[in-house]
Design a protein around this ligand. Structure first.
Ligand SMILES: Cc1cc2nc3c(=O)[nH]c(=O)nc-3n(C[C@H](O)[C@H](O)[C@H](O)COP(=O)(O)OP(=O)(O)OC[C@H]3O[C@@H](n4cnc5c(N)ncnc54)[C@H](O)[C@@H]3O)c2cc1C
Length: 389
């Protein structure tokens, strides 16, 4: 069986090494990725403030059992089993029997003036933000839009790096609303101490150079705006005629197979997979790794002629959110990813975040050396033992 994995982020790299390692030569695994180095997306806001972020070479990370094709899939024929790849060596066609879409997500700016904003959703955007942020004059106004995890982490990093500029967070919901009380208080206090002016309950209507226009007719001065208001999948799946949701993510059944094209599986941010409650699993590492491992196991079973109708069984446990270099919140969650219980805010939380961001690359290496090791908690409390990253 020839399996093509499109994208070598967390999900694509994990799926590829697990499948190649576990199928013992019965499956040819090819990975297409635009860059020769791994991008640790969890640290793109660090790239934006000029911090050095490790970027291991993909050939070493994926190992010799996986064929790496540098380039971007620009056209996909899921029924015909052909992908057109544009890369440094020109355009070529890669044939496949099954394709795993692991193309991740990028920043989506769904309003007028989107061309004026910066972002941290992909490497190129973070690299563009870096010189623009560094060039700001002292006293300049900076706005981060979006109070989700990416917005909180980004605003804290920007404010920590440049105490000489005025940093504001503008978010439609309450600031820190997702956390339980203690976690939310820690978020708000930390942002205050970093000098961030946080404005909750404020929706941005349009962006123009120098300012944000709000729904309530107010304005926020912003020489530089960083949009953290939401991610969407790249257009490849939609353009290929695969059924997608309104954010371009592939609609899959609970086994991760596309509902429109059975030869297509989608993992990580690229897939819209219903969890046990019916809602989509959130775009996160906690979904990327297990979904990738599950897809690899499903394809291995298919290649071996075994039953392949297992649904992904996944439960969330906690979220770690950094707030600059020295603060973080570790928030336990229900298996359905709802904040619960007492949030950790001290050194344990900072350490947990450090382990998470460093652990993602390590976890891919472990999966390559010892394929099949990654495990994760199941949706039901007694379903499985947690040992996933
Ligand atoms: C700043 C930031 C902080 C974050 N913090 C957290 C956090 O603390 N916890 C958490 O759980 N999640 C966090 N996330 C989200 C997390 O990074 C994503 O959920 C995760 O990266 C998804 O992994 P993925 O493999 O699906 O996609 P990605 O890691 O985005 O990888 C997708 C890969 O596919 C490639 N690709 C795309 N299109 C094509 C194509 N046509 N052809 C070939 N290759 C293609 C891309 O170049 C990329 O290499 C954060 C995200 C950002 C941006």
């Amino acid at each position: 069986m020839r399996v093509l994995v499109v994208g070598a982020g967390y999900a694509g790299a994990t799926a590829a090494v697990r499948l190649a390692g576990r199928s013992r030569g019965r499956v040819d695994v090819t990975v297409v990725n635009p860059r020769p180095r791994f991008v640790n997306r969890l640290l793109l806001h660090h790239v934006a403030i000029g911090r050095r972020v490790a970027a291991p070479g993909l050939r070493d990370l994926l190992g010799t059992a996986v064929t790496l094709v540098p380039g971007r899939v620009v056209d996909l024929d899921p029924a015909g089993g052909r992908a057109t790849v544009a890369g440094p060596e020109g355009v070529r066609v890669v044939a496949f029997d099954r394709v795993v879409l692991a193309t991740g997500s990028t920043t989506a700016v769904p309003l007028a003036g989107g061309e004026h904003v910066h972002a941290v959703g992909d490497l190129e955007a973070a690299q563009r933000l870096r010189p623009a942020f560094a060039a700001l004059r002292p006293g300049a106004d900076v706005a981060v839009v979006g109070g989700g995890f990416t917005g909180l982490e980004t605003v804290a990093e920007l404010a920590g790096r440049r105490p000489d500029v005025r940093v504001r967070l503008v978010t439609a919901g309450e600031v820190g609303a997702w956390f339980t009380r203690r976690g939310a208080e820690h978020v708000r206090t930390t942002l205050r101490e970093l000098g961030v002016e946080a404005r909750g309950g404020t929706r941005v209507r349009a962006v123009e150079p120098g300012r944000l226009h709000l729904d309530d007719r107010g304005e926020v001065p912003a020489e530089l705006t960083v949009w953290c208001g939401g991610f969407a999948a790249p257009p490849l799946a939609r353009e290929a005629g695969i059924a997608v949701d309104d954010r371009g993510a592939v609609l899959t059944d609970a086994t991760l197979r596309s509902v429109s094209h059975p030869a297509v599986l989608a993992v990580g941010d690229a897939g819209h997979t219903p969890g046990p409650g019916g809602d989509r699993y959130s775009m996160s590492c906690q979904f990327a790794f297990p979904s990738a491992a599950h897809a690899a196991d499903l394809l291995r079973a298919e290649a071996l002629g075994q039953p392949v109708d297992d649904a992904l069984d996944l439960g969330f446990t906690a979220r770690a959110v950094s707030l600059g270099t020295r603060r973080a919140v570790l928030q336990p969650t229900t298996r359905d990813d709802v904040a619960r219980g007492r949030a950790w805010t001290g050194r344990a939380a900072v350490l947990a975040k450090l382990v998470q961001v460093r652990g993602v690359v390590a976890a891919i290496g472990v999966e390559r050396r010892l394929p099949g090791t990654a495990r994760w908690p199941g949706a039901e409390p007694r379903a499985a033992v947690a040992s996933a990253p």
